[in-house]
Design a protein around this ligand. Structure first.
Ligand SMILES: NC(=O)c1ccc[n+]([C@@H]2O[C@H](COP(=O)([O-])OP(=O)(O)OC[C@H]3O[C@@H](n4cnc5c(N)ncnc54)[C@H](O)[C@@H]3O)[C@@H](O)[C@H]2O)c1
Ligand SMILES: CC(C)[C@H](C(=O)O)[C@@H](O)C(=O)O
Ligand SMILES: [Mg+2]
Length: 365
């Protein structure tokens, strides 16, 4: 059966890395005789330029009518001083909300061959395998009021951090479900020593834990968690946390993998469609140079095949191909190491593609 995929390249390096990931998807389509029906749509600054809004209605409709969505990245200095509703980031927040994508899964695996590429010591990060489950449709990103205003007659601003109990419960449950299939440990990260929302978060996490007696729950304050992530990351299995803490901690966690350019993600709702995207941004500093690392986006495609289409073999082949290419020493600039072969974005994609063809050939012999 045809799988309908909405593809939203976005801004900056978005189109470059998405083009690479689409090449990999097409290779899988041909080798495994699948049928993917691809519809491209605009999001972010490019959408604002064309239509005056970062998330046109047409894009929402295309996404809602698809089985899965692949997104590149949005944003850039060109749009930074626009009124808030025209900012590229608003397009991303709105599509997450429209599709009710409340759980953002950000796996952080240290590839053995990249352990030396991280600024962190090899023995600290080798073997790291953790998942950040980030709440994605609530918290301070969405609370109202969020505005500039006079405070005691003086100019200032306000943002609102709020959570309904159910919003906390469903994402914590998702984290426990994931932990059940892994090392059976959930670390719930909050700021319960200061914030009321965090105290409620902690209570709900403890209640959810009662339903999962074989999974250990620990609570950790976010400042400590940020420190523990670089001091001893192997203590973590599944980290579950609110929207903004998850945003910050997952960028930090990406350094454990060697580079921000390695981290894929899936954003899940109760019934789909799910959205897949690298966790990094549009990297305006390197956009258009064909040097961005496409692996996070390629690995997001792998997550899509596994989670949305139950194509486990195809997903694993992509992951193995990425691993082999790294083992052979092919590197974009963000994951450089001594004696490696520096490749461009398109060359990295070609290497992964070659490796996939080789792996499939061997599997069929
Ligand atoms: N999901 C998204 O679309 C998303 C995520 C984060 C930031 N942004 C937006 O992106 C813009 C730039 O933000 P930023 O610079 O803070 O974050 P960024 O993630 O775009 O870049 C941070 C640093 O990492 C590097 N980098 C990121 N992805 C890379 C890749 N694939 N390969 C090699 N290097 C890579 C960049 O060159 C930069 O030095 C902003 O407008 C921001 O709002 C979008
Ligand atoms: C661009 C921005 C709105 C976004 C976020 O904060 O969620 C990004 O940093 C991410 O991690 O996807
Ligand atoms: Mg982020």
């Amino acid at each position: 059966m045809k799988k309908r995929i909405a593809v939203l390249p976005g801004d900056g390096i978005g189109p470059e890395i998405v083009a690479g990931a689409m090449k990999i998807l097409q290779t899988i389509e041909t080798l495994y005789r699948h049928q993917f029906e691809i519809t491209y749509a605009d999001i972010g600054g490019c959408a604002t330029d064309k239509t005056g809004t970062p998330l046109p209605n047409e894009t929402i409709t295309i996404c809602k009518n698809s089985d899965a969505i692949l997104l590149g990245a949005v944003g850039g200095p060109k749009w930074d001083s626009l009124p808030v509703e025209k900012r590229p980031e608003q397009g991303l927040l709105k599509i997450r909300k429209e599709l009710n994508l409340f759980a953002n899964i950000r796996p952080t695996t240290c590839y053995e061959s990249l352990a030396a590429s991280s600024p962190l010591k090899e023995d600290i990060i080798a073997g790291v395998d953790l998942i950040v489950v980030r709440e994605l449709t609530g918290g301070i990103y969405f609370g109202k009021p969020s505005e500039r205003r006079l405070i005691d007659g003086k100019p200032g601003a306000v943002d609102t951090l709020q959570y309904e109990n159910e919003e906390i419960e469903r994402v914590v449950e998702k984290a426990f479900e994931i932990a059940k299939t892994r090392s059976k440990k959930v670390t719930s990260v909050d700021k319960a020593n200061v914030l009321e929302t965090s105290r409620v978060w902690r209570e709900i996490a403890s209640q959810v834990a009662e339903k999962y007696p074989d999974v250990i729950l620990e609570h950790m304050l976010v400042d400590n968690a940020a420190m523990q992530l670089v001091r001893n990351p192997k203590q973590f299995d599944v980290i579950v946390t609110e929207n903004m803490f998850g945003d910050i901690l997952s960028d930090e966690a990406s350094v454990l993998t060697g580079s921000l350019g390695m981290l894929a993600s899936s954003s899940l709702s109760a019934g789909g469609p799910y959205l897949y995207e690298p966790i990094h941004g549009s990297a305006p500093d390197i956009a258009g140079e064909n040097i961005a690392n496409p692996l996070a986006t390629i690995l997001s495609v792998s997550m899509m095949l596994r989670l949305s289409f139950q194509m486990e073999n195809e997903a694993t082949i992509i992951e193995e191909a990425v691993n082999n290419v790294l083992n052979k020493g092919f590197r974009t600039r963000d994951i450089l190491a001594p004696n490696c072969t520096i490749v461009s974005t398109t060359e990295m994609v070609e290497e992964v593609e070659k490796e996939i063809r080789q792996l499939v050939k061997v599997a069929h012999v």
